[in-house]
Design a protein around this ligand. Structure first.
Ligand code: KIV
Length: 262
């Protein structure tokens, strides 16, 4: 999947499927499922590192996981998520750090925010770095929002978000993630910008959808937002397997003859 193909999906009315991944093993499984775009999300701060939010994730953390995913991906578009404070302070920071994602194999980067980051988005796209925007419940602003809460319910906020989306498009973003916003607002934004919108908790009208891999597999259940649909229950399966392994070793049933060398 290339950036032009990603964008063509909107014109062709073909849904864009995106999922997060953080390592080579799951990247291969995601590709076997025919999923064409992978976000190495800073959600890894929560689901891999066990933190309460994404704010402590570093560039080194992101580059390490991006390298694992990009090294395993054969077809999927790999998008690296720029961590907190890797792009907000200056255009120079943004350019250098975005460039590092491409150097480890990502084809694009994602960053959070609207008007506040359009100069960074324009500077990156000008030098050839594809950038995806992210609006709505942007997790790096969790403290400003007072928690992971739905955004854009009030009409002035909704209007500002529509303007942010148009500004990101004008700055050259190739797509926008819309997170935890009313479905009607996501529909309006999707209709009014020419670049694809990728929803997560933003209803069915977006041009594509993204979910955190461990949420959709039912692996991470510390906090499950309303918008998550677990398509499997891998935590329960893993727990059951580990309990059986422990029990069988304790009872002398494992290893049996067939797992032993003679
Ligand atoms: O970090 C992440 O995984 C994300 C997605 C939830 C969009 O930003």
């Amino acid at each position: 999947m290339t950036i032009p193909e990603f964008q063509r999906h909107k014109r062709d009315k073909k849904k864009i499927i995106v999922v997060t991944a953080y390592d080579a093993l799951f990247t291969r499984i995601v590709e076997q499922a025919g999923i064409e775009a992978i976000l190495v999300g800073d959600s890894l701060g929560i689901v891999v590192q066990g933190k309460a939010n994404t704010l402590s994730v570093t560039m080194d953390d992101m580059l390490y996981h991006t390298k694992l995913v990009a090294g395993a991906a054969q077809r999927a578009l790999v998008i690296g998520d720029m961590p907190f404070m890797s792009y907000q302070a200056s255009q120079e920071d943004a350019l250098r750090n975005a460039g590092r994602f491409l150097q480890v194999g990502a084809q694009a980067v994602k960053l959070e925010g609207g008007m506040a980051v359009v100069d960074q988005v324009a500077a990156m796209t000008e030098i050839g770095i594809p950038v995806m925007g992210h609006l709505g419940m942007t997790p790096q602003s969790v403290h400003r929002f007072g928690g992971h809460k739905v955004q854009g319910k009030e009409s002035d906020h909704a209007h500002a978000m529509l303007n942010d989306a148009k500004a990101l498009e004008a700055a050259g973003a190739f797509g926008i993630v819309l997170e935890a916003i009313p479905a009607e607002l996501a529909k309006t934004i999707t209709e009014q910008v020419s670049i694809p919108t990728i929803g997560i908790g933003a209803g069915p009208h977006c041009d594509g959808q993204v979910l955190v891999l461990y949420d959709l597999l039912g692996l991470f259940d510390d906090f499950v937002p309303k918008f998550v649909k677990p398509y499997a229950h891998l935590k329960a399966d893993a727990l059951q397997a580990l309990c059986r392994y422990k029990e069988e070793v304790e009872q002398g049933k494992f290893p049996s003859d067939s797992e032993s060398y003679h």
